[in-house]
Design a protein around this ligand. Structure first.
Ligand SMILES: [Mg+2]
Length: 439
């Protein structure tokens, strides 16, 4: 937990990341002191002719924009339908959403480059700009200040838009993107077969109630399913939340069926009917299934292989608890249930279940405490600011991600052809922190 707190602190302190302009809020880990950019964008270096290469210092074309929006922060030349254009960014416009303008040498006027697309708000679009110098008509504009909340963290990634001839078919790229995975949605699936007497059944329910209560302070929500020949939902995630986790009476009120032990069918029921948004499952959560059984499955309707495939497809971590004589000699059945050999427990009797309490609780703590795609480690792409810089070729988009891997930074090389593929180049060695590769 100590690691988690420290990480959280760093993330919170630095969540603004590298502030990309001299007038952006300087509350971040580092404020870049870029040279003063134009107060007005001055096209002084381009002539009125169609050639971009002649510098005309006598009769410059001047394009003006809003100073507060940082109009002119980035400027590139491009062509559309053979006409030369100047693309100008204003990354602070629209409450830091940013905007682009296309400016004509002929009319000496700029107009918003309307993309008929809802830009992601707050990304500082146009902080980096690049044109494909071969085709001359394809451009990319990036905004590296895309903040999103993920659980108790604030992530800072970027968004880039690629367009061709100012077309409306924008390609949206999220370079060095970190998926948000937050909180744990846990299903307890326990055996209600006829071999379990009522006293043992009560002991088992108490064990699970204690387990649920022991992780009460964490971002974990539960659902409980009972099974024998058929699975039966006791309560789902929504009910758990609506009752504030007070599910003792609901659990103890469950009717016993005392049928066969059809474990794969029950697992598939959980995967297909409980781990779904309609039952209160959160799309971005980590998924955990705890299965308790006292016997060997004699399922006629489904196989463990089918159950495993279904659970793996949803990324469900599975724990197996075997109770009784069936699991003293062999644990083959538990291996079929669990997603890893480390996730197997067995006890000789229901009375001994309490001995697992602490270890299971610690496991849930560990799962809940990991952040996103980098469990147990310091942050990687959570604050990457992909698109801080950018380069475009006919085949590739290269973007700088200064905040990646503890601000050692990195570059993402994206292949524009289908299927999209990316490679991330980083140099995150012990000495590279704060080296800002990709700036
Ligand atoms: Mg049984």
């Amino acid at each position: 937990m100590r690691c988690k707190v420290l990480q959280q602190k760093v993330l919170r302190e630095s969540h603004r990341g590298i502030e990309p302009s001299l007038t952006f809020r300087p509350t971040g880990k580092m404020k870049l002191t870029l040279p003063a950019v134009f107060l007005v964008c001055i096209g002084w270096c381009f002539s009125l002719s169609s050639s971009f290469s002649v510098i005309d210092t006598e009769t410059p074309v001047i394009f003006k924009g809003n100073k507060a929006d940082q109009f002119g922060y980035r400027v590139i030349q491009t062509r559309s339908n053979r006409a030369p254009w100047l693309i100008v960014s204003a990354p602070l416009s629209g409450n830091r959403t940013g905007s682009l303008f296309r400016c004509s040498y002929d009319t000496e006027k700029c107009q918003p480059l309307i993309l008929h697309h809802n830009y992601t708000p707050g990304i500082s679009l146009g902080f980096s700009l690049a044109a494909d110098e071969v085709t001359d008509s394809k451009i990319v504009a990036c905004g590296p200040t895309w903040e999103r909340r993920c659980g108790e963290f604030d992530y800072l990634n970027g968004v880039c838009y690629i367009m061709n001839n100012f077309d409306q078919n924008l390609k949206v790229v999220r370079p060095a993107f970190q998926e948000c995975v937050s909180g744990v949605d846990a299903v307890i699936l326990y055996d209600d077969s006829g071999s379990i007497n009522d006293a043992a059944f009560q002991t088992m329910q108490t064990f699970f109630l204690n387990l649920i209560n022991s992780v009460n302070d964490l971002d974990v929500q539960f659902a409980v399913v009972q099974y024998s020949s058929d699975p039966f939902l006791i309560f789902d995630f929504t009910t758990y939340n609506n009752t504030g986790g007070q599910i003792k009476n609901t659990l103890h009120g469950a009717q016993r069926i005392r049928g066969n032990t059809f474990t794969p069918t029950a697992i598939r029921f959980v995967v297909e009917k409980v781990f779904i948004p309609e039952r209160g499952m959160r799309p971005d959560s980590k998924k955990l299934l705890i299965v308790l059984t006292d016997g060997i499955s004699n399922d006629q309707r489904s196989t463990f292989e089918e159950a495993k495939q279904a659970a793996d497809a949803k990324g469900i971590i599975r724990y197996a608890i075997g109770v009784g004589q069936n699991f003293v000699e062999g644990q083959d059945e538990l291996h079929k249930i669990a997603s890893s050999a480390r996730n197997i427990f067995s006890v000789k009797s229901f009375d001994a279940l309490h001995s697992l309490q602490e270890e299971l609780k610690e496991k849930i703590f560990a799962i809940e405490g990991t952040s996103g795609a980098s469990p147990g480690s310091s942050f990687q792409l959570e604050l990457s600011q992909g698109g801080f810089s950018t380069l475009l070729t006919a085949e590739h988009l290269v973007t700088g991600a200064v905040g990646a891997y503890g601000w050692s930074g990195g570059l993402e090389k994206g292949f524009l052809a289908q299927p999209p593929q990316t490679k991330f180049l980083n140099d995150s060695t012990a000495h590279s922190e704060d080296s800002y590769l990709g700036k």
